[in-house]
Design a protein around this ligand. Structure first.
Ligand code: DQA
Length: 147
């Protein structure tokens, strides 16, 4: 089975409680379950993780080398700060899709720049938690057609 690692950055453990007017009412456990269910339908195994710690996310990106066909990552606030995460993703040779629940370009100017986008094969922003599922569908497409 094709494995997809879905990585989530800081404060996303509070999804559903945190600024619901921006991020919605679904919890991260709901998103995990929806990804597992859709993954099973699409023939993908999903590994779903969240950390508030930059180094742990770097470790997980490194771990995906040779293990995962692709990484779907919502780096949360590290999007806008982390060269370390960018470098880890540059050392990963699978597909990378960057997901943001909110439209970062419609928000404060400090959210407009993403260090991660320079490495991402695609970016989904402002589609709510559905962005994760659409990214998963794209991974399924890429894993069968590679384009
Ligand atoms: C986010 C957007 C980031 O700017 C923010 O720091 C987050 C979540 C999103 O999913 O919309 O924590 O990545």
């Amino acid at each position: 089975m094709t494995s997809i690692h879905i990585l989530n950055g800081p404060n996303l453990n509070l999804l559903g409680l945190r600024e619901p007017e921006i991020y919605g009412v679904q919890t991260l456990a709901d998103v995990d379950k929806a990804c597992t269910d859709l993954g099973a339908e699409l023939g993908l195994t999903t590994v779903f993780r969240q950390s508030n710690h930059e180094g742990e996310l770097v470790d997980w990106v490194q771990q995906a080398r040779g293990e995962a066909f692709g990484i779907i990552i919502n780096p949360a606030a590290f999007t806008h700060t982390s060269v370390a995460l960018l470098d880890a993703l540059k050392a990963y040779d699978g597909k990378v899709l960057e997901v943001h629940i909110s439209n970062i370009h419609q928000r404060e100017s400090f959210r407009h720049h993403s260090f991660i986008s320079g490495r991402a094969d695609g970016i989904l922003a402002g589609l709510g938690t559905q962005g994760y599922l659409l990214a998963l569908r794209r991974m399924a497409e890429l894993s069968t057609n590679s384009s």
